[in-house]
Design a protein around this ligand. Structure first.
Ligand code: CMC
Length: 392
């Protein structure tokens, strides 16, 4: 009709102004509040990244200590929440449990659903950053039929999370600092990625004035899809299916075949037309984790390294600018740490929670934001008269 711009998939429409995350897809650059992801992943920790995304600046030592302490004080969930879990089938997918339990937080923390009060907005943000990992570990324990492990607040954020996932009663559990550091780095890499599908979902939900727990539950639901947060699971399954280095040429040929729907999972990106900077850090982290665990020859890693080498020297992939993305190596790493594939997207949700909240908060505090209301190009039938049922 010419009245609206038709842009399915929003490939060329900016929906907001934002000061949080910058991506230059042609150069392979990712900045949080101006800081390169490489530097944050190398020198920072996840809670510091949370502070940066929320507040806009890196914390001073005193601010960091205060923030870490406050997050730690909010890690417990109400005991009634544990009983709420009992209503799920014992083999429920942990993402189903996450969507429901994050949404249920709005029924537990009424005080911080008042979005007009900046103090309550801050408390709600703290509660989610602190409690989503607790819910994630509970979702995991529930699916394997083990008792919940309560948070131990003398541990740092990520070590506490590992303990809640892997400790079993009556057995001593010592957190491996190399694995904790590696997972913390994976959380940093996933913390925000500007207006991706789940973040846009959070903003759209929040634009109506919905409470922040409900908005983050909506984002979690969107993340669940295989084209988004579910891709790391798909990449690992593909590497398992390829199985050995000898089979790689066959799969490369399949990926290039126009008549075959198969794609190399963990390859290509809507925005990055260069190496995904997160993939490089992830690859290094994979090696560190496998080394630490004494896994000398992981056949999946051999397949991944060789697949990457062949693809990056193949004309098809060069011409289409298809490079490994963050999901190419993350599955191997998480699997080696002991997480089942059903937890991969949950871990993504734990990390992305802060990005969602930072974006939600930025939107609420932006006076130019209105309720999100996309228009459409109507292609249905023209006006017509209602026929009686016997004449249809
Ligand atoms: N293997 C083989 N060919 C590919 C691949 C691939 N992984 N990705 C894109 N292509 C081809 C595609 O066939 C198309 O070819 P042509 O122009 O001849 O039709 C061209 O490259 C452009 O692809 P597109 O689908 O139009 O690009 P898009 O921006 O819509 O899709 C993508 C981006 C990530 C969905 C896609 O690259 C893909 O499906 N990759 C595999 C799944 C994956 O790894 N997803 C994780 C994304 S990163 C994590 C996250 O952000 O959640």
């Amino acid at each position: 009709t010419g009245m609206f711009t038709y842009d399915p998939g929003f490939t060329s429409t900016a929906s907001c102004e934002s000061q949080i995350t910058y991506i230059d897809g042609d150069k392979g650059v990712l900045l949080y509040r101006g800081y390169p992801i490489e530097q944050l992943a190398e020198h920072g920790d996840f809670l510091e990244t949370c502070y940066l995304l929320l507040e806009g600046e890196l914390p001073t030592a005193a601010q960091k200590a205060d923030f870490d302490y406050r997050i730690t004080r909010h890690t417990m969930v109400h005991e009634q929440m544990a009983r709420f879990f009992q209503g799920f089938r014992r083999d429920a997918h942990p993402m189903a449990v996450m969507v429901a339990s994050i949404g249920a937080m709005s029924a537990f923390y009424h005080d911080s659903t008042d979005i007009s009060d900046p103090h309550q907005r801050m408390i709600a943000s703290m509660r989610m950053i602190a409690k989503v990992p607790t819910l994630a570990a509970m979702a995991y324990k529930y699916t394997i039929g083990q008792p919940f492990v309560y948070p131990l607040n003398s541990l740092d954020y990520t070590s506490n999370f590992l303990r809640m996932c892997f400790a079993v009663p009556a057995e001593e559990y010592k957190v491996n600092p190399v694995l904790s550091r590696a997972l913390d780095r994976i959380f940093i890499l996933h913390a925000d990625h500007e207006q991706n599908a789940s973040t846009s979902t959070v903003r759209l939900a929040g634009s109506s004035g919905a409470n922040p727990f409900a908005c983050i539950a909506a984002g979690t639901a969107c993340l669940w899809g295989p084209a988004h947060g579910g891709a790391n699971e798909a990449a690992l399954k593909m590497l398992e299916e390829i199985g050995s280095v000898d089979n790689i040429p066959k799969y490369i040929a399949k990926a290039k075949d126009k008549n075959d729907p198969f794609r190399l999972m963990g390859f290509g990106h809507r925005v990055y037309k260069n190496y995904d900077p997160r993939a490089k850090i992830m690859q290094k982290t994979t090696h560190e984790v496998l080394n630490e665990l004494g896994i000398k020859d992981d056949p999946l890693l051999d397949v991944a390294v060789e697949l990457e080498r062949i693809a990056l020297s193949d004309e098809y992939f060069i011409e289409k600018k298809l490079y490994p993305n963050i999901d190419f190596y993350s599955g191997i790493t998480l699997k080696a740490m002991g997480f089942p594939t059903s937890m991969f997207t949950v871990l993504f949700a734990v990390a992305r929670t802060v990005g969602w909240i930072a974006q939600w908060k930025e939107m609420i505090e932006d006076p130019s934001q209105k309720i999100g209301r996309p228009r459409q190009l109507y292609t249905g039938s023209a006006q017509r008269d209602y026929p009686p049922i016997g004449r249809r």
